[in-house]
Structure formats: C-alpha cells, structure tokens
Write a protein that binds this ligand. Structure first.
Ligand SMILES: Nc1ncnc2c1ncn2[C@@H]1O[C@H](COP(=O)(O)OP(=O)(O)OP(=O)(O)O)[C@@H](O)[C@H]1O
Ligand SMILES: [Mg+2]
Length: 380
C-alpha cells in the first residue's frame, strides 16, 4: 500500500497544495511548527477516521475558515490506478467522506480501505500509560484488519453507553425491568466475546513478535511477556483473526452483568466487560510499567509498533504505510537501520518520516529517499 498524494484546502496551517510521495522512504523535513505532523496526521486520518493526536474533527479547520477538506490518493498492491478518499469537515453540520467520488455512509465504511501504522513519541504510553492506551492500540490495529471486529466494537460501545444511561436512571430511583438488564447483558456478552477472542488472538501474535524483536535488539537476555487480561471468563472460544466462525458463547460475562447490578448502580457505571480489559506487560516477571527502565519501556513500545506492522502485513496481505512522526531523531544509527530492516522489504513498502533535519536516514539507504521540505504550511 502506498500514498501517491494528498491535497489540502483550509486544513490546519497547510497551504492549498498537493504533497506527493514515492514508494520507499520519504522524509518530510523542516523547522518546528511548519506543518510536518499536520501532514502525517491527515494521512493517518484516512486509516483511522480520527486524529492520532486526540484532536476533534473541527480542529482541522484552518483558523478563521468554515470548512476543511483533504483528498488522499493511494495505491493498493496489484492495482493499476489510485483509490481516492476524501473528507470535508464543515464548521457546522456533519462531515462528508467519499471514496472515488461516491459518498460513504460512515467513518466505519472508510476504515479498512487504507492501512497505516503510526509511530510517535507518545507510543511510550503503551507501556507507561493506563489500560485505555493498550485497548486503543488493539482497537485501531484490529479495526483496520477486520470489518467484523469494527462492527462488534461499535455495537458493544453503543450497548455499553445505553446500559450506563440505564444505570444512571436506576440510581435516580427509576425502575428498570429485569428484561432490560437481561437484554443489555446479552448484547454486551455477545459482542464482547467476539471482541475478546480477536484481542486475545492478536495479543498472542503480538507477544511472539515482541519477544523476537526484543531478543534481537537486546541480545536475548531479557524477554517481555504480554498477556491479554479479560474481565469475563472466556475459555474455549474460537479465536478468529478475520474470519467469521460459529457464534462464541459469552456466558461468563452475561452472568457477571446480570448478578452485580446493585453494585453497578452504586458505582454509577458498568463494571464488567471488555471496556475494562488490558494487556499486562511483564518484564522479567515484573510489571513493566513499574519496574522496567525508560530505555526498556521504549524498546517494548517500539517492538509493539513493529509487530503491528508485521501483523498487518501477514493478515492484510501487503505492507501498511509506515508513518514515523519524530521518532527517528531520538535513535542512534544502528537502531534506525534495525527498524528499517524490520519494516518489510524495501521495494514493497512506503515509509514517511518527519524530522527537523533532512539527514535522518542511515547513510547506506540515502540513495532512494524522497525529500520534501515543509515550510510555513507550504511544500517545496
Ligand atoms: N486549525 C489550524 N489552523 C491553522 N494553523 C494550525 C491549526 N492547527 C494547528 N495549526 C498550526 O500548525 C502549525 C504546524 O504544526 P505541526 O504540528 O504540523 O508542526 P511540525 O512541523 O510537526 O513541528 P514540530 O517539528 O515542532 O513537530 C503549528 O504552528 C500550529 O499552531
Ligand atoms: Mg511535529
């Protein structure tokens, strides 16, 4: 998969221009606050349907304008022409997304067309941050790979929000029938079990890959463990990564959700389910967050991102576009070479790097690099 070009109109600080990219390594370079990360953010938007920096859609609109528009053209493996994805975000009203000029009905319909993996300094939070960081990592990776996953995730989230609203009503003294509680327990356990089986399977791949990279990077003395931990009991469930198998059973979660309602009303929220799950990261048997050094934590986070790219390749059948926001500048040359080696066969992949200096690419790879200077939102 590769990005051919992306054009902007009223998009953050970017001039109404088109940035073009080549297969292989692309470097967007320039001084601070010129628009490099804004370009990467816009590309990743088409993979994820949201900003990677946690910005709201409306924040993309250039200060003082009424709407923002971006169109990205990308090429899938084996295709002779580009696919176009477009988004228009108005100040008031709903955003409009299109694929090859035809409107898409939802963000969900856009996700999965274009695949990218983003590395940024905030990835350290995968290890040092809370469970939400790791669930989001799994959700983003799996949503790009599986429509079934994304569909179940959305249904689960909707059921959870409705159940939480019901809990609020109940704690205000309104009566809620047992049929209603049962319905939500059934919905959440059905969708939740799907989500868990996907996440567990993914975590197994993740652990394998992370241990392998870690061995190579550190000489094999240390090996992290990554365990998906779940707030229901989900034994004996088929674990499809992207195929639909028989309907798995969610009895354990169903029972938790029907037998703890008083406690949940007292807490004011749903206490059980996959929105509480986590990947436990252990380092030499101890929790990495608490015991691993800064450098070790960074290596685990980096390994998780490399693994995301590798899994996307083996499941999706082609290399995702790799976006490296500022991460290269922190690493020494041997680490940079190692990462480039791990990100797939040179001629088949595309990597887009942002950096303040142009010379971030190790010397032996300089010959095939496409440099773009970003200056005050313009492209040279
Ligand atoms: N909606 C917007 N309208 C206009 N300008 C914006 C908008 N949102 C962000 N900016 C500006 O875009 C500029 C470029 O931001 P960006 O994060 O892309 O910089 P960068 O080139 O990645 O810099 P650094 O090297 O510091 O990471 C910033 O000055 C920011 O204030
Ligand atoms: Mg930046």
């Amino acid at each position: 998969m590769r990005v051919s070009s992306i054009s902007f109109l009223n998009w953050r600080n970017l001039e109404p221009t088109t940035a073009s990219f080549e297969p292989g390594i692309n470097v967007l370079w320039g001084m601070n606050a010129q628009g490099k990360s804004n370009i990467l953010e816009s590309i990743y938007y088409f993979a994820r349907g949201r900003s990677f920096r946690g910005a709201k859609d409306r924040e993309f609109i250039r200060f003082g304008e009424d709407f923002a528009h971006a169109e990205m053209k990308f090429r899938k493996k084996g295709y002779l022409s580009d696919t176009s994805l477009e988004v228009t975000i108005p100040k008031n009203g709903k955003k409009v997304m299109k694929r090859n000029g035809a409107p898409l009905s939802s963000t969900a319909e856009m996700i999965g067309n274009f695949r990218a993996v983003l590395f940024s300094p905030s990835n350290l939070a995968l290890v040092s941050g809370g469970p939400l960081e790791r669930r989001t990592f799994l959700d983003i990776a799996l949503s790009q790979l599986s429509e079934t996953y994304l569909m179940n995730l959305r249904r689960y989230s909707k059921a959870l929000a409705e159940r939480n609203a019901l809990i609020k009503l109940a704690s205000d003294g309104k009566s809620v029938s047992s049929a209603e509680w049962e319905m939500y327990a059934r919905l959440m356990s059905t969708y939740g079990t799907w989500i868990t089986s996907f996440r567990q399977e993914y975590s197994r791949y993740l652990e394998d890959a992370v241990r392998r990279y870690f061995d190579e990077m550190t000489g094999g003395k240390e090996s992290p463990e990554l365990r998906y931990t779940s707030h229901g009991l989900y034994e004996g469930i088929p674990s499809p990564l992207y195929t639909v198998k028989e309907d798995p059973d969610g009895t354990a979660l169903y029972e938790k959700l029907t037998s703890n309602i008083e406690r949940e009303i007292a807490a004011g929220t749903t206490l059980y389910g996959v929105h509480k799950d986590d990947i436990n990261i252990l380092f030499n048997g101890h929790e990495a967050k608490a015991y691993a050094s800064q450098g070790q934590q960074r290596s685990i986070a980096l390994s998780m991102k490399l693994a995301e790219a590798e899994i996307s390749f083996s499941v999706g059948g082609e290399y995702p576009v790799i976006l490296l926001d500022d991460v290269f500048s922190e690493l020494d040359e041997s680490r940079r070479s190692y990462i480039l080696d791990k990100l797939g066969k040179e001629e088949l992949r595309q990597i887009i790097i942002t950096s303040c200096e142009p010379d971030v690419v190790p010397d032996d790879r300089q010959s095939r690099v496409n440099f773009t200077k970003v200056s005050a939102g313009g492209i040279e």
